[in-house]
Design a protein around this ligand. Structure first.
Ligand code: CA
Length: 223
């Protein structure tokens, strides 16, 4: 589990980082809002701890920008003020929870655990469905209109990624980062080849093609 801590007060940031690392989490620190926004957009964190009062960009703005960009990782807002208005503003901006400073580390840890648990429960919702295409994440069973489809492990991973992002354009870079490892050569046409394998299995007889090419951008899976 990798956590981003956006906090400008070095003492607090170090304290949180040390504590979380002791619990086995990987932790990155950003000391201003701009850097926090950049890191949250470029890395796949499991959780963000976001201070409200930050140099360059305040926490509310960072949160709003992330949500506007469809970055959906859980965000816990850290606020020095106990004002109800701040909490409401934070939650309205898209934060999932908030914690008032000063807080006991145990409480922070409890909130982090609860949030990660919620996230993994959502992730474990065992079936994904788009139109009449259904995949079971536990058994790896795939059906279209009730008919079984046999996929290789790689094809399944690719389809799962497309299904999780259904309705959104995914670029070849995004696919390579999530389905292939870091050594993957993005200049090969392997992704296109796999997309074709998938199409041949998923879309062959159907009039409704689910996997569509978005010219110059990538692919989209939608009804
Ligand atoms: Ca601060």
């Amino acid at each position: 589990m990798r956590i981003l801590v956006v906090e400008d007060e070095k003492k607090i940031a170090d304290f949180i980082k040390r504590g979380l690392k002791e619990e086995g989490y990987a932790v990155d620190i950003a000391n201003d809002g701009e850097n926090g926004l950049f890191l949250a957009k470029t890395n796949d964190y499991d959780l963000v701890l976001l201070d409200l009062m930050l140099p360059k960009l305040d926490g509310i703005t960072v949160c709003k920008k992330l949500r506007a960009d469809k970055v959906l990782m859980p965000i816990i807002m850290l606020t020095a003020k106990d004002a109800v208005k701040d909490k409401v503003t934070g939650l309205d901006a898209g934060a999932d929870d908030y914690l008032t400073k000063p807080f006991a580390f145990e409480e922070l840890l409890a909130r982090v655990r609860a949030m990660l648990r919620k996230k993994s429960e959502q992730a474990q919702a065992s079936k994904l469905q788009v139109g009449d295409l259904v995949i079971d994440l536990n058994t790896h069973k795939v059906t279209r209109a009730g008919k079984d489809i046999e996929l290789t492990a790689k094809e399944f991973a690719l389809l799962e990624y497309l299904m999780r992002n259904a309705g959104k354009v995914v670029t070849r870079t995004m696919i390579s980062e999530h389905v292939w490892d870091i050594d993957f050569d993005t200049f090969t046409n392997v992704i296109d080849v796999y997309i074709n394998y998938l199409r041949n299995k998923i879309d062959p007889d159907s009039k409704k093609k689910l996997i569509q090419t978005v010219r110059g951008r990538g692919y989209i899976l939608k009804e």
